[in-house]
Structures are given as structure tokens and as C-alpha cells.
Design a protein around this ligand. Sequence first.
Ligand code: RP5
Length: 161
Amino acid sequence: MTVSVGIIMGSQSDWATMKEAALILDELGIAYEAKIVSAHRTPDRLWDYGRAAVSRGLKVIIAGAGGAAHLPGMMASKTRVPVIGVPVQTKALSGVDSLYSILQMPKGFPVATMAIGSAGAANAGLMAAGILAVSDPAVAERLDAWRAALSASIPEEPKDD
Ligand code: RP5
């Protein structure tokens, strides 16, 4: 299967969050790769990844980082492949630092920014699936089924614990 989604993250420590995106893509049968690409610690790796993204056939990049989270924005500067940013929760500032670092992109280089933490990572997987579904009917069908199953799992009334 051709890899259409790249999941990149600034550190091994981000994987516990970013694997929520991977789990969603697994559920939807979407091929992806997961790589550590740090804006600060491995800037050449970031540049090489962004430069090759289009020619490698990547259709969406999910980029997660925490703190001074420059990875999603720098990747968006390097490739026209849509970048979905995931702010990783931090100990010092609870991920608000990550959120603001990713969210406030200047005009011209957008990053689709998700919520802080694991919900944001899972939603990044779903957002990537939605982008692919525009031109892939099989992905669209699986995504529709996933969404319907989630809705069906929600009870109409609360119950005591
Ligand atoms: C960022 O610094 C990473 O994205 C990570 O969220 C944060 C901390 O990295 P480690 O010190 O845990 O490697 O670049």
C-alpha cells in the first residue's frame, strides 16, 4: 500500500500522544509512516522530509510537537502538502505553549491546528482521513462507517456508575 500520510513528531516523548493518530489510521485502513523529525534537533531531516513530501506521494502530514512547537509550521513552509498540527501537552504550560506555537501562522502558510493532546491527535487522524476521502471512495466509505459506529455507541440516557 502506498504511504499517503506522514506522521511526524519532534521527539520520542511525543509518540504516546501521536500514536492516537496512528491508531485511527489503522482502524480506517490508511497507510502511514511515523518518523521523529525535530525542527530544532534535526533541522536537516525536517528540510529533507519537506522537500521530498510531494514526490514521495504524501497527501497529508500530521505533525505533533510540544513547547516551542515549530515543527508543523516549518513543515508547512517547506511543502504544499497539507499539514495538520497537533499541540502536545507539556508539563510546564499544559500545552498552551504548544497550541500557540502551532496556531498563529502568518498568512500564506497554514497549519490546520487540532486540540491539545490525545484528542487532538485522534482528530488529526480523522481529519487526514477526511482529506483523503475527497478523492478516495473506499476511504470515504470506511470513514462514514466509523462515524456512524461512534454515533451508535452513544447511549441516549445516562446511567449510574
Ligand atoms: C519538542 O520538545 C518535542 O516535540 C517534545 O514535545 C518536547 C520535549 O522533547 P523531549 O525533551 O522529551 O525530547 O521539541
